[in-house]
Ligand binder design. Structure first.
Ligand code: ADP
Ligand code: MG
Ligand code: MG
Length: 249
């Protein structure tokens, strides 16, 4: 599904990613871990195509297509979802109305008509029930005064509705409380299928107690210095990152 080869990327002329190689297949959950400042968020932003980041070398191939020249919107329409792609508060636009607009924009990009209103309602009902999201939440104004947990709930709801092929969830370092953590984990676990994949970026080992990854990669100073199975996350929790860094030299 995703093949990253020798990816180098910079921001404001400073090289952050220094040769990343990574392959993600359908059905897999990959956790990207690593110390603060190692380039995790940069990696997710570069895959999603955020303009502040400059790709200086390498390739990002998604389902056989080079993402390099595609705008973020096009990448999203191809099935790449990045959490917090819409972090802004949009007062007056409800969670439901926002998702309807996003779904129809996606359909339009694929040459399809708007989803009929009754079908839309049905899908919204199914997905919100599956994720235990109540109706009141759906009519809330987007991100206006959302708690950390509510932001996560909205994000997981968007993911459920848009059915991306690859979801990139960047769990930033700012306090995810245990409820928010469970919302993310529960959502990801319920939405996992053989056809989609998840790249879960996290600083916290404890998230991986709830979402069991197939692969764990450790990013240090812009490079993947170690990859392994789920046991690597536990090892990192016990031993920290220093031993992997030393191993990298
Ligand atoms: P992580 O997500 O692993 O904590 P980031 O990708 O956010 O790491 O950051 C990697 C490096 O890039 C850090 O040294 C950070 O200071 C730098 N960086 C990130 N964003 C910017 C920016 N907008 N301008 C300048 N430097 C940045
Ligand atoms: Mg950081
Ligand atoms: Mg980050």
């Amino acid at each position: 599904m995703l093949k990253i080869k020798n990816l180098h990327a910079s921001i404001e002329g400073k090289e952050i990613l220094k040769g990343i190689n990574l392959e993600i297949n359908p059905g897999e959950v990959h956790a990207i871990m690593g110390p603060n400042g190692s380039g995790k968020s940069t990696l997710s932003s570069v895959i999603a195509g955020r303009e502040e980041y400059e790709m200086t070398d390498g390739e990002i191939i998604f389902e056989g297509e080079d993402l390099n020249d595609m705008d973020p919107e096009v990448r999203a329409h191809k099935g790449v979802f990045l959490s917090f792609q819409y972090p802004v508060e949009i007062p007056g636009v409800s969670v439901t109305n926002f998702i309807k607009t996003a779904i129809n924009a996606n359909r339009k990009a694929h040459g399809k008509e708007d989803m009929p209103a009754n079908e839309m309602l049905k899908v919204i009902r199914e997905k919100s029930e599956m994720l235990e999201i109540d109706r009141k939440f759906l009519s809330r104004s987007l991100n206006e005064g959302f708690s950390g947990g509510e932001k996560k709930r909205n994000e997981i709801f968007q993911m459920a509705m848009l059915e991306p092929k690859l979801s990139i969830l960047d769990e930033t370092d700012s306090g995810l409380d245990i409820d928010a953590l469970k919302i993310v984990a529960n959502g990801v676990n319920k939405l996992r299928t053989e056809n989609n994949a998840v790249m879960l970026i996290t600083h916290y080992q404890r998230l991986l107690n709830y979402i069991v990854p197939d692969f764990v990669h450790v990013l240090v100073d812009g490079k993947i210095v170690k990859s392994g199975g789920k046991e690597l996350a536990h090892e990192l929790e016990e031993r920290g990152y220093d031993w992997v860094k030393e191993g990298a030299v």
